[in-house]
Design a protein around this ligand. Sequence first.
Ligand code: SAM
Length: 225
Amino acid sequence: MADKYKIIGPVYDFLSTIYSGRQIHKCKTAMNIDLKADDKILFAGVGHGRDAIDAAEKGAQVTVVDLSATMLKNVEKNLKDKNFKHPIRLVHSDILEFDEVGEYDQVVANFFLNVFPEDFMATVMKHLGTLVKADGHFVIGDFHYPTGNVLTKAFQNAYWYIAVGIFTIFAKNAFHKIYNYPQHLENMGFSIEKKQSFNVLLIPSLWSMKASRKQVTKPQQKDVA
Ligand SMILES: C[S@@+](CC[C@H](N)C(=O)[O-])C[C@H]1O[C@@H](n2cnc3c(N)ncnc32)[C@H](O)[C@@H]1O
């Protein structure tokens, strides 16, 4: 299996720090805050895994999946000399072949879904949804969908297109507009419980959201006299 992150993988976290200060890291760890010890959490397309390490430090049972051996090597490097209640489980796999259906309290897709063209992204999102327990959560951290006035939207788009341009060249990621993840989650039958934005140069440029399955309320039966 070709490793698309062979070139850019080793410097991935360095680039994200240059590009956002600590904002990308804050975005990726924001929804770890509600984790409880022993919760089962999955990080799909984990990259260097600092968000997964943050979850393991909270006592969660963490599984990480990535298709890139380069990225997983960087997770291993970051794990050196770290001890947790539950050791992090590393899985080298295409996420679509990872089928632990209904096993996870929280499934996290941080800056992962944006690597795919939109139709395929929706397929991956649906697959990730199946891995979430009935009462579990689906977390997405990514570039902020353009909102606000013309200047704000122009900045949000520019911030995204510079990043996607670099990753299209060096990792063959799909080149596309910013996805509306809340809309996709709603379409899949999830509702957003919590959303947090992260500013770059005072403009909301990244966001993290946590969603759970919509409660289906049964229609009330009327008593027939
Ligand atoms: C843009 S990086 C995001 C990394 C990390 N989640 C972060 O926020 O820094 C996308 C990651 O998804 C992984 N990836 C791409 N396609 C994948 C697939 N089909 N299955 C599993 N991982 C995949 C890449 O190897 C890469 O590590």
